[in-house]
Ligand binder design. Sequence first.
Ligand code: SF4
Ligand code: SF4
Length: 282
Amino acid sequence: MVNHLADQGLAQSMVALEEIPEDLPEFIDDVEEYLPSHLPESDLVLAVGLSGDINLLVPLIAKKTGAKSVIIPIHDPAQLPPGLLREVEESAPEIRMVFPRPFCTLLPVGDEFIDEFVQKFGKPEVEVQGDSYIKKITVKRGAPCGCTDYIAQELEGFPLEEAELEAGNKFHNYPCLASMKDDHISGDTLMHIAGYQAKEAIKRSLGYASKSAMVDPDDCEGDECEHACLEHCPQVRSGIATIILDDDGKAVIDPASCGLCEICIQECPYGAIEIMEGPLKW
Ligand code: SF4
Ligand code: SF4
């Protein structure tokens, strides 16, 4: 990830790079003993792949460097349990911290330094060019691990109508850093969530999805319903507006970001949702 960020133009902005040992005890009494000796002034701290108590080191590093913004991406459900996450946040309330799960769901948050980073890295955004075949895919914002750039290169030459399906296949060929363990916060695996972002970028640029869960407004009970679809959709739980409610409280699904997990179909008590084939627009 560091190499990818450096190759994509961040090399000049990186003032320090520290590798924390991996063989750490599960509970650390004094994280300060792991403070790096060289801590130059910085604006933003990225803390990638730290698991457990060692995450408490991140706000300390930010304070020492004068950074006001921190990104701690979550790739594994066990990496930063909710109690520890709160502890990390509360140890430096003056510092803006974000915890994208996984990194490729990160969108602007209204913070100067995080948003500058998100101009190029975070939730993927691409532009697909070509008529019947893909001529070129320009990455406007790429997953920080390099996955979007890989998919963009690999898809060149494929028929446009296969772009969405092939984006999913190419995503699986890339060594995604996210875990396949069940994540109770999103209700899915973080690797699946990452895959949804990769495919959404292609669908958004094409302007249609070939398949999506869709709500039949005649069957949706709207405000009479407790909106289980909204509550359980892993995309919604990851901060993506995949299901919204209309003025009558009826659910509407965004085909671009629907990951086809079918969880909403199982959860809807009125059987109002089914998988539809497209092209589906939004
Ligand atoms: S299938 Fe339903 S629950 Fe799954 S991503 Fe699509 S809208 Fe969300
Ligand atoms: S759970 Fe079903 S009935 Fe309830 S809001 Fe969602 S789609 Fe509509």
